[in-house]
Design a binder for this molecule. Structure first.
Ligand SMILES: Nc1nc2c(ncn2[C@@H]2O[C@H](COP(=O)(O)OP(=O)(O)O)[C@@H](O)[C@H]2O)c(=O)[nH]1
Ligand SMILES: [Mg+2]
Length: 236
């Protein structure tokens, strides 16, 4: 029974891992509503990539809040990633344009683009995202190569509702599920995978730089079956 259950659960979650970069610069657009953990995830991803010896560039296209740019600046210092920014309030597309130019000029391997996620103007937000995508694609062929949607695991079904509007507007290629630490909601992983049909690429399990794990279905299920949910989230 246990083995059958395990196999069934793994099959539900299994999906191809994120694509390996096939060109330079490899551009990853990061989307999601405010507070889900976009900027933190970019910092953590940047750290992983830098550790692997890649040249990383962050684009601060969340120009809506000055604090967001500062937060990304802190991560860029911490990881050694190049930061492309403009003054708060600048046009996100203009920052994205600068970012692509800089990435090409400086032979950057991985570009991570931070975007705004304010909810109260969803239509504008989606239009803005589409414009940023267009600019990125015009400057770098095939970009963005990945579009990650960041979802906060602690928000349960809300996260899924949010995700649907992003899936309509942006071509999301993978999901990052954050704040899986300290929540007894391992089950959200199944709901996200099943209801959205997009692979989960990473899970966030804390605020520190090392607290981002590639999502591996078999490991996650084993942790879930052998531990309390909160513990499972932590060790997954
Ligand atoms: N516990 C926990 N906190 C997280 C995680 N990811 C992000 N956070 C925290 O969530 C808050 C919002 O994150 P931030 O990156 O600013 O979100 P953004 O508005 O989407 O860019 C910050 O306090 C982060 O430290 C995670 O995986 N676990
Ligand atoms: Mg942010």
């Amino acid at each position: 029974m246990r083995r059958a259950l395990r196999e069934e659960m793994v099959a539900m979650l299994d999906a191809p891992p994120p694509p390996a970069p096939t060109g330079r610069p490899w551009v990853i657009l990061v989307t999601g509503v405010n507070g889900v953990g976009k900027t933190t995830t970019i910092g953590k991803l940047g750290a992983r990539q830098a550790e692997a010896g890649r040249r990383v560039l962050f684009v601060a296209a969340d120009t809506f809040r000055a604090a967001a740019v500062e937060q990304l600046a802190v991560w860029s210092e911490r990881t050694g990633a190049v930061l492309v920014r403009q003054a708060p309030g600048a046009d996100p597309s203009a920052v994205a344009f600068d970012g692509m130019k800089a990435a090409l000029a400086r032979e950057i391997d991985i570009v991570l683009v931070d975007t705004a996620g304010r909810l109260h103007t969803r239509t504008n937000l989606m239009a803005e995202l589409a414009k940023v995508r267009r600019i990125i694609g015009r400057e770098v062929a095939g970009a963005p190569h990945e579009t990650l949607l960041v979802l906060d695991a602690t928000t349960g079904q809300n996260a899924i509702a949010q995700a649907r509007s992003f899936l309509e507007a942006a071509e999301v290629t993978g999901i990052v599920l954050t704040k899986l630490d300290g929540t007894a909601r391992g089950g959200i992983v199944f709901a996200v995978r099943h209801e959205l049909g997009i692979p989960i690429h990473f899970v966030g399990v804390g605020e520190a730089v090392d607290d981002l794990r590639p999502f591996v279905a078999s490991e996650f299920v084993d942790a879930l079956l052998s531990a309390e949910p909160a513990e499972a989230a932590r060790v997954a």
